[in-house]
Design a protein around this ligand. Structure first.
Ligand code: WT7
Length: 660
């Protein structure tokens, strides 16, 4: 696979940070890479010392592959570090959470208000007999109480398991039982495009299916829709406000469970990814400060939902451990209109925006008039996460959102890594559109071939310094521990070893393909399951997608390899076109030719369907597995994680008629 992956993207534009950005950056000396990588454990210890510990650690790292423990013997509390210590340091009146609801209700919650609210909620949890070590399921809309619930659990030493509010009762049921949660915290509903998402109803259904561990359900009133009531249910407003606003932070062992977060791999039941306290907080607070160049006066907005790891690490724990002002938005980007994000940035003078390529592509499709009608001059840094960002989307983000002046940090990481692993440092790295650039200081990566041989230099420091003489391609793996790494799969250590450490013994295999170019830049290629083998050539689906999106008529594209008698796999493309272009045979051929021209004739799609929509998960990832089912004329596989199940049926009809 190596050669062909190596022959992938051809992107030569380079964007150095402006000298004014460099001057003010938290990190602007490239020496940090060598310092960190010459002793990465000492480097992470340095970051850990920026946190408040009740008792210092006695051993920095215990590494018995695949199990790592960080800061052994240390006692720490995540809520204390994210809230109380900022109040003690005199920042009590600073806004911690700047929240906007979908109906445009706005709340500014200061760090001292946050401390009081979280303490009341912690006391409420204690009154419901939630104790250190118990698990609490949080199933809420994006309201400040969601972040408060996470922090209140951390305060008393209970582990949270946040389930994204878009998940069904079935998914919720499965996750509650796997973690044996004692309490569910939810809301009557949340707002989404003017409609109420009936969260409490889904909790009722989940509990009816049988959740014997659940003793109570704490319900926040958000939408005031009618809800059914059982004797387990308690209104938030009947219990929380009367609690005492003082509640001590439980001193936790560095390796005590902080949270479980379920991630749905491609097969099998969801995996409860386990994150612990001291290392996770070290990794997320350090990377938030480095990658987002966080300053005291920033207004930082990560558009993710707290139901995903991005919300855990870069809405709550990382930024708040730095005492940042964090924007939280409840609703959809097109509610009431397609300029909602830009209005929020203008209104609150947001300085840092962290969002996902799927959102950026939607903005591109809607057109630049929406951002152009707002004042985005407060922005100084942009981030991207979730999937590879194609160069076209990168350039659009750079020009139309960043006004050509904001560095873009394309951050590669996973639920499992807990913290950003590969990303530019905005005051140092010269970025290339579509590349996540280099591993962060203190992080090393490996590039493996099919045999599991490491083709990258033993330590990545040399790559970061540009000493690669030849480009490399292969499987992205990690073989050195990092502080926020997952500690396992909840309740299933065997599955942890099997899923992550078995394919290449001794290495954590991330599941992604990667190419390193001659200058040591990393190009993430998506899941290796998404790499096609066409007539003996490996071609990444994202590479063809990038070529398609590069055409002015294309707003979004999804590509899959369909079984082909002769070639092994043939390329099928599904394309959404921009308004103003007409879907016809001529355009279909023009698009196929465009791919052939950009990548080579081998990559010319066999079929190309112009579609109205693409099947996506609720986190915005295209479900290529379903597209393969469509292209190969199979019955559709499991569609339960689809955001909108109708999309794929419509596509099936379309595909069959275009073939016929
Ligand atoms: C997978 C992890 C990390 C938080 C959100 C997703 C893909 C993520 C990038 C990026 C290319 C990326 C990878 C990874 N991915 N960020 N910047 N460039 N690919 O968390 O649901 O655990 O998904 O998302 O394939 O393995 P997740």
């Amino acid at each position: 696979m190596s050669e062909t992956i190596a022959a992938l993207l051809d992107e030569s534009r380079v964007f150095p940070p402006s000298s004014s950005f460099v001057k003010q950056a938290n990190f602007n000396d490239p020496a940090i890479y060598n310092v960190a990588n010459s002793d990465s454990v000492a480097y992470w210890e340095g970051w850990a010392r920026n946190l408040d510990w009740f008792e210092p650690w006695t051993q920095a790292l215990d590494w018995k592959r695949p199990f790592a423990k960080w800061f052994l013997g240390g006692k720490i509390n995540a809520c204390h570090n994210c809230v109380d210590r900022h109040v003690s340091a005199g920042k009590g009146s600073k806004t911690a959470i700047l929240w906007e609801g979908e109906p445009s209700d706005v709340r500014h919650i200061s760090y001292s208000e946050l401390r009081d609210e979280v303490s009341r909620l912690s006391n409420a949890l204690l009154s419901l007999d939630v104790k250190k070590g118990d698990r609490v399921c949080i199933y809420m809309p994006m309201v400040p109480e969601l972040a408060m619930a996470m922090l209140a659990c951390a305060r008393i030493g209970a582990a949270h398991s946040v389930v994204f509010g878009g998940f069904s009762a079935d998914s919720l049921h499965e996750r509650i039982n796997d973690a044996q949660c004692k309490l569910v915290i939810t809301a009557d509903g949340g707002w989404r495009r003017g409609n109420i998402v009936a969260l409490k109803k889904a909790v009722d259904e989940a509990l009816e299916m049988g959740c014997p561990s659940v003793e109570n359900v704490l319900v926040l009133q958000r939408t005031s829709n009618e809800v059914a009531w059982t004797d387990k249910d308690i209104w938030w407003h009947d219990l929380v406000p009367q609690q005492c606003a003082v509640c001590p932070c439980e001193p936790m062992d560095s390796e005590d469970l902080l949270f479980i977060l379920y991630t749905s791999g491609s097969t099998g039941k969801p995996k409860g990814i386990v994150h612990t306290t001291g290392g996770y907080l070290t990794g997320t607070s350090a990377t938030a400060k480095m990658v987002f160049d966080l300053k005291d006066d920033d207004i930082y907005w990560c558009t993710a939902d707290c139901g995903w790891v991005t919300g855990h690490s870069y809405i709550v724990y990382g930024p708040m451990a730095n005492g940042a002002t964090v924007v939280m938005y409840e609703g959809a980007p097109d509610a009431p209109d397609k300029d909602r994000f830009w209005r929020i940035i203008e209104k609150h003078k947001v300085t840092i925006l962290y969002t996902a390529p799927t959102a950026i592509r939607a903005f591109m499709k809607w057109g630049e008039s929406y951002p152009a009608s707002c004042d985005l001059s407060s922005l100084r840094l942009l981030g991207s996460v979730g999937e590879p960002i194609n160069p076209e989307a990168w350039m659009w983000y750079h020009e139309h959102i960043g006004g050509g002046r904001c560095p873009i940090v394309d951050t590669w990481w996973q639920t499992e890594t807990g913290q950003i692993m590969i990303s530019p440092l905005p005051g140092i790295t010269h970025t290339k559109p579509g590349s996540a650039t280099k591993p962060l200081p203190g992080v090393s990566i490996c590039v493996l071939n099919d045999l599991g041989e490491n083709s990258a230099p033993a330590h990545y420091a040399s790559v970061a310094n540009g000493s690669v003489t030849q480009s490399l391609g292969g499987y992205l793996a990690l073989n050195q521990p990092w502080p926020a790494m997952l500690r396992g799969i909840y309740g299933d250590p065997k599955r942890f070893e099997h899923v992550y450490w078995a394919r290449f013994p001794g290495y954590y295999f991330a599941g992604d393909g990667i190419k390193i170019d001659e200058e040591g830049y990393a190009w993430l290629l998506g899941r290796v399951d998404d790499i096609m083998l066409v007539a003996g050539h490996n071609i990444a689906t994202m590479e063809v997608e990038s070529a398609l999106v590069d055409h002015p008529a294309v707003a979004e594209a999804a590509v899959i390899g369909k079984t082909h008698e002769l070639k092994g796999q043939a390329i099928s493309a599904f394309v959404i076109i921009r308004s103003g272009f007409e879907a016809n045979e001529r355009l279909v051929n023009e698009l196929k030719d465009h791919v052939a021209k950009k990548i080579g004739p081998i990559a010319r799609p066999d079929d190309l369907v112009i579609a109205a929509d693409l099947p996506k998960t609720r986190s915005g990832k295209i479900m290529r597995r379903l597209l393969r089912d469509v292209a190969e004329g199979r019955a559709l596989g499991d569609t339960t994680t689809l955001a909108d199940p109708n999309v794929v049926n419509a596509l099936k009809d379309k595909y069959e008629s275009s073939e016929g």
